[in-house]
Design a binder for this molecule. Structure first.
Ligand code: B12
Length: 293
């Protein structure tokens, strides 16, 4: 009761307000919750990196060590508990991440985004998102109409064919492809590389690139594709690269650069790295396990 009285007093600061977690969005203090409830602009984004870097445990034995551990991993550690249940904050954060992951898979890539990028859409043999999720074999094949489009409209026999595909995360494409693709294409053009016509494959899987390679006659093919979302990142994109790809080529012939997103490899940085990597693979005339970086 004494502590309560002091905390409520006008001159005495509340013990919670003096703690090092005063400005920590993840501190879980009643003070910050109240502030946010009054000010909708100040609502905490439970999925943000800033929130996740904070700690939620009320009285950690070694706060510095716990902070260091939380910064070192995206795993859900040091969440605390309410009795034998997760705290409300931990539960809400989990559900928010899960919702982001579901949205990333289920929502289609925004057509406005594709228009802005100037990417024409071709489609795999999957008729809808449920078929895309349950029939990876159909996701690896293109419809006759898509094949015709590529044959009639795309640059033939490029040295490098780059294209974009939703894969398993539309958010990955919307958040990363624009920055990366422009840097990558510019970098390769500057080196005098003959580039293929970029386009977008809806409901695509990684090995769809083998068909694209056959259709365009590309020496080297690179797909920017959405990774299966997890609870740490729902908008992570990968670049899969195959030299001399054909339908049925072994997976070990691919090189992959994964985890391209705002809290992983930054898309601009990945664009610069990839343009160098593609040139090296082109020169070596091999990709995947045979290619030594
Ligand atoms: C799902 C997954 C798998 C699944 C793929 C099956 C499937 N369709 O779901 C399984 C369990 C088989 C798998 C196996 C392996 N994987 Co894996 N996998 C992933 C994961 C979690 C998501 C991939 C994804 O979303 N792809 C996009 C969708 C649209 O592709 P898809 O067409 O449905 O599926 C294809 C790709 O997933 C691809 N694939 C999956 N893993 C790998 C790894 C390599 C090196 C290559 C070339 C291709 C590849 O194979 C699938 C079939 O064609 C990523 C993590 C990440 N952050 O990306 C790791 C990841 C890509 N895998 C990795 C590794 C190391 C492997 C293995 C080499 C592990 C091993 N030692 O055996 C094998 C290689 C498999 C292969 N195809 O050659 C690493 C690659 C690291 C790197 N930069 O080289 C990653 C990044 C995980 C990690 N952080 O270490 N994987």
């Amino acid at each position: 009761m004494k502590a309560l009285g002091e905390a409520a007093g006008e001159s005495a600061p509340a013990p919670e307000a003096e703690s090092v977690r005063e400005n920590d969005p993840a501190s879980g203090s009643m003070e910050s919750s109240r502030e946010n409830a009054d000010d909708p602009e100040g609502l905490i984004d439970l999925t943000s990196a800033e929130y996740k870097a904070g700690i939620q445990l009320q009285d950690p034995e070694n706060e510095l060590a716990l902070r260091a551990m939380r910064r070192a991993t995206t795993a859900r550690i040091g969440l605390g508990r309410a009795g034998n249940r997760p705290s409300t904050r931990a539960m809400l954060s989990f559900r928010a991440d899960h919702a982001m992951a579901k949205d990333a898979v289920m929502k289609p890539v925004d057509q406005k985004f594709l228009d802005r990028m100037g990417l024409h859409t071709v489609v795999s043999k999957c008729g809808d998102i449920n078929e895309h999720l349950t029939r990876p074999d159909l996701g690896r094949q293109l419809t006759d109409e898509s094949i015709k489009y590529i044959e009639e409209n795309c640059v033939k026999n490029p040295q490098i064919q780059i294209y974009v595909s939703d894969g398993l995360s539309n958010a990955a494409i919307e958040n990363n492809a624009e920055d990366l693709l422009s840097i990558l294409m510019e970098g390769l053009k500057d080196q005098g590389i003959k580039l293929g016509t970029p386009f977008f494959v809806k409901y695509g899987r990684v090995p769809t690139m083998d068909k694209v390679s056959e259709l365009t006659g590309a020496e080297l093919t690179c797909v920017l594709i959405g990774e299966r979302p997890g609870l740490a990142a729902s908008d992570s994109m990968s670049a899969y690269i195959t030299y001399g790809a054909y339908v049925g080529i072994s997976e070990s012939s691919r090189t992959v650069v994964s985890n391209i997103h705002k809290n992983g490899i930054q898309p601009v940085e990945a664009g610069a790295y990839l343009s160098e990597l593609l040139l090296k693979i082109l020169e070596a005339k091999k990709s995947g396990v045979e290619f030594k970086q």
